[in-house]
Design a protein around this ligand. Sequence first.
Ligand code: NDP
Ligand code: 8X3
Length: 250
Amino acid sequence: MQKTICITGATSGFGKACAERFAREGWRLIVTGRRVDRLQELTDQLHGVPVHAVQLDVRDLAAVKTMASNLPEGFRDIDVLVNNAGLALGLEGAHEASLDDWETMIDTNIKGLCYLTRCLLPAMVARNQGHIINMGSIAGNYPYPGGNVYGATKAFVKQFSRNLLTDLIHTKIRVTNIEPGLAESEFSIVRFHGDKDKADAVYKGTQPLTPVDIAEIVHWVTSVPPHVNICTVEVMPVCQSCGPLAVHRE
Ligand code: NDP
Ligand code: 8X3
């Protein structure tokens, strides 16, 4: 039977690559994002499978509720939710970072992810079937200068994923937290508020992960036998590793 996947932030990067990957497998797709032109392009591209595209800002609880309660016939039984929409903004130290940026990251990466989960989970529980895949980050595991609130939002995603599993232990629902490292998408362009040169410098001289790499992992965690739950996947490009602890000397 044809399965259904709902992907937030499908207009770019990981989310778009996931939409393409699951379309290849013949899944029904619910794709969301704020940019309507991108959603239209994606829908045109994904011919051959049923697509329900919804313009959605995940920070808007009323819109998330409306989306969840107005799913058209054929898209109501969601097998997989990929909570992928998210962003980093800025790389300034905590004493000079923008509070607006901090609020946007908290509203999107934490609250938006909670809204989607809370609104779509009851139907999964009722069917005793489903899989929530959260897009965490290595930034939730390891600190780096300027990672302050972004990393903390991803640490939330990590613990929320674990706690979801605990709440759902009486069900067959799976929960996976994927924690990518350096990956080239529009992520850095967004982080540096559109400064392409600064964004390009992040990947210079490296072979970063690609959105296709991440989509392969998302697909893999859904394709293991139903009694197997891949709880966490931490993935970095070969050129990346953890740094040492720091000591400041006068
Ligand atoms: P992109 O910037 O390429 O994609 C981000 C997606 O999120 C876009 O589709 C964007 O769509 C969507 N989005 C952002 N804000 C909102 C919002 N308020 N409402 C709805 N959708 C929103 O970045 P990535 O693909 O790299 O990022 C995807 C996820 O992966 C993020 O959660 C990010 O934190 C995480 N991640 C990224 C890494 C990287 O190095 N690239 C590494 C580890 C994790 P639109 O603008 O149309 O709304
Ligand atoms: C994205 C990875 O290291 O830029 O989550 O924070 S990093």
